[in-house]
Design a protein around this ligand. Structure first.
Ligand code: NAP
Length: 242
């Protein structure tokens, strides 16, 4: 049974991916900032369906916690770097604290976790690493400058590592969601006028839900995707190319 560690899987896209992969027979390590009721509920749901799940927690803004986490989860076949934080602040007002928190969680923690898992993947002769980016890599929001830059930096790292790890049978790809209805934007989208404006800005005319993202993760984790590496795949209703 292959093991997948999915950061930020207590809710949103990560949770949907964990459910999908658990249903496909992977053992999933589910994760949030802290151990929570949400994580225990998810573990229970997975186990009731016959799956296998383990809970792990750690704040990826804190690089000491991340390094400790990297040691604990070093023996996984699949690493999905899904957790992120985003601050909506005009760029002139950003403090270094705002910058480092986002860079630590969205970029540096990804590097530390990849450094942690690659030796085991190399030993196994198989691995899958999936970073989670954003449509903002292509269409940066003016008030989320560090968030969009951190995602672009992570994708640049993904490109470099995909080449460096290709001979080890480890693929490295990026999935970049567009507007997906999760806790992250539930409040903003509760404003009917704003929600209409957002939907109208997406070529397919609607925003997605977490399950719209899960198929591509399933594919990228599978053997079927062995010839796909170094790619960034947008799941965004066409928004990135508009
Ligand atoms: P979400 O619903 O906001 O959930 C965030 C997840 O990340 C939770 O599991 C949360 O854990 C965890 N997390 C938050 N801060 C963390 C920290 N400091 N350390 C460790 N874990 C932390 O997320 P989402 O909307 O599904 O987004 C998932 C990914 O897709 C993110 O990388 C995001 O940038 C990307 N994305 C999302 C959208 C969208 O519209 N939703 C669009 C583009 C890209 P707790 O539950 O413990 O807080």
């Amino acid at each position: 049974m292959k093991t997948a560690f999915i950061t930020g899987s207590s809710r949103g896209i990560g949770r949907a991916v964990a459910l999908r992969l658990a249903g496909e027979g992977y053992k999933v390590i589910i994760h949030g900032v802290r151990e929570s009721e949400k994580l225990h509920e998810l573990k229970k749901i997975i186990e009731e369906k016959g799956g296998v799940a383990e809970i792990i927690a750690g704040d990826l803004c804190n690089l000491d916690e991340t390094a400790a986490l990297a040691k604990k989860v070093s023996e996984v076949d699949i690493l999905i770097l899904n957790a992120s934080i985003q601050y909506r602040i005009p760029w002139q007002e950003l403090t270094t604290k705002d910058c480092f928190e986002q860079l630590n969680c969205n970029y540096i923690s990804s590097l530390l976790l990849i450094q942690g898992v690659v030796p085991y993947m190399k030993k196994q002769g198989w691995g899958r690493i999936i970073t989670v980016g954003s449509v903002q890599e292509a269409k940066p929001h003016p008030d989320m400058l560090v968030y969009s830059s951190s995602k672009a930096a992570q994708t640049n790292m993904m490109h470099s590592l995909s080449l460096q790890l290709a001979k080890d049978n480890i693929t490295v790809n990026n999935v970049a969601p567009g507007v997906i209805y999760t806790d992250r934007n539930i409040e903003a989208l509760s404003d009917e006028e704003y929600a209409k404006k957002v939907a109208a800005s997406i070529p397919v005319g609607f925003y997605g839900n977490p399950e719209d993202c899960t198929g591509i993760f399933s594919y990228l984790c599978s053997e079927e995707s062995r010839y796909v590496t170094g790619q960034s795949i947008y799941v965004d209703g066409g928004k990135s190319i508009q």
